[in-house]
Ligand binder design. Structure first.
Ligand code: SAH
Length: 378
């Protein structure tokens, strides 16, 4: 029996264990399931399959049965924009009114994919555009992984290349606070780093948090990816203003969590992001306070020139200020790359992402569902 597309069980985003369970529940003989998990995993994440019919290592009748019950399609791409500097941005629709952005930033010897973990955000960092968009909902592990799949499709990067890849790195620096969606992000990153699939090493995956201090330990212990902290200020008073989450987890607590980050070493440093805001946090004294604050923590410092957005309450620091700041940090022994703004012309640079999605009341959602054709694909 064919199930309508919208009621099929999504397979993308299931851990190996959950995939095993899904195939067992579906009725595959127990002695087959392990092998089938391996085969399907290979097709989904090594070959990038979007259709069971291409899975030629499975018999045709099995392919048809699976296709009748499981969904492996991609979410809808609403728009794809390409910046004059080669940066690409996709607006992806995960469901009615649920849209988020994904950005690919090509560089000379690497390419970074910046993915979202939530639609909207709860945190209201004053200088961040996404922060002006209330949280719509967390993305599922499948929706997080799908952003990688969509980028791989667009860059024609299937099967997973051993060398010469375009997407070499992944950063969880799109929309949302990833530590408020820990389980889905973890499952998604386990899938992204699986050596028989997408195969992006955890050393090349960086999770950026606004500072959810109590969750930081779990990033190292359970997720095993690299950590970035959105610092932006070295005093609680200023950080309370810029990153209001600081009122909940002030600097002492945050820095303590960083010092205890599992696996921290000179080979595995924490990145501290510091957005340069004119006359707010950009003086030589601020730079010296930053060096002081990070003492004893294996760290990289990433200076980000502020990217303006419509109505933003701050300006970017003058170039001389940024250089003087970087110089002080350099002299203290940190390589302090200033992040070149990328994709500003298509609003794809740090902190510029925002989608039109708004959280709907349950009553509106029900109304919308009732007006929808039943067989519409998810
Ligand atoms: N939600 C994650 C990732 C945010 S984007 C987090 O908060 O860590 C990556 C970095 O860009 C963060 O450090 C964020 O604070 C910073 N950022 C946000 N808005 C910005 C803007 N308009 N200009 C420059 N950097 C910005």
């Amino acid at each position: 029996m064919q199930v309508p597309a919208s009621q099929k069980t999504p397979l993308i985003g299931l851990s190996r264990a959950s995939l095993h369970e899904a195939l067992t529940d579906f009725g595959l003989p127990a002695r087959q399931v392990r092998m089938r998990v391996g085969q399907i995993w290979h097709w989904l994440y090594w070959q990038g399959a979007t259709d069971f019919d291409t899975m030629t290592s499975l018999s045709k009748p099995l392919r048809e049965q699976l296709a009748g019950h499981f969904d492996i399609s991609r979410p809808e791409i609403v728009t794809q924009q390409i910046s004059e500097d080669g940066t690409r941005k996709w607006l992806i629709r995960f469901g009615p009114g649920v849209e988020a952005e994904t950005v690919f930033i090509p560089e000379e010897n690497r390419g970074t994919l910046c993915i979202s973990s939530q639609v909207g955000c709860t945190l209201n960092c004053r200088f961040c555009h996404t922060g002006t968009q209330p949280l719509v909902r967390n993305l599922t592990s499948g929706e997080i992984v799908s952003q990688i799949l969509i980028a791989r499709d667009a860059l024609e990067e299937w099967p997973t290349p051993a060398q010469g890849r375009q997407i070499t790195n992944i950063v969880l620096m799109g929309m949302g606070e990833p530590l408020y969606n820990f389980d889905h992000v973890k499952t998604a990153m386990d899938i992204a780093s699986d050596g028989e699939g997408l195969s992006v090493s955890k050393r090349r995956i960086t999770l950026s948090t606004a500072g959810v201090a109590p969750m930081i330990e779990r990033v190292g212990r359970e997720m095993g990816v690299m950590l970035a902290i959105s610092l932006h200020a070295t005093r609680d008073e200023l950080r309370d203003e810029l990153v209001p989450l600081n009122k909940k987890y002030p600097l002492t607590e945050l820095m303590e969590a960083c010092r205890n980050f599992p696996g921290l070493s000179n080979a595995r440093r924490i990145t501290f992001e510091y957005t340069m805001l004119k006359d707010k946090n950009d003086t030589p004294e601020d730079a010296r306070a930053l060096v002081q604050l990070l003492k004893g923590i294996p760290a990289k410092i990433n200076l980000i020139p502020f990217n303006p957005w419509p109505g933003s309450p701050y300006e970017c620091s003058d170039w001389e200020r940024i250089e003087a700041f970087a110089e002080i940090i350099n002299r203290a022994g940190y390589a302090s790359p200033v992040r070149t703004p990328r994709g500003r012309d298509i609003m794809a640079a740090c902190g510029q992402l925002k989608s039109a999605s708004v959280k709907q009341r349950a009553s509106e959602r029900r109304r919308q569902r009732q007006n929808q054709p039943v067989a519409e694909t998810a």
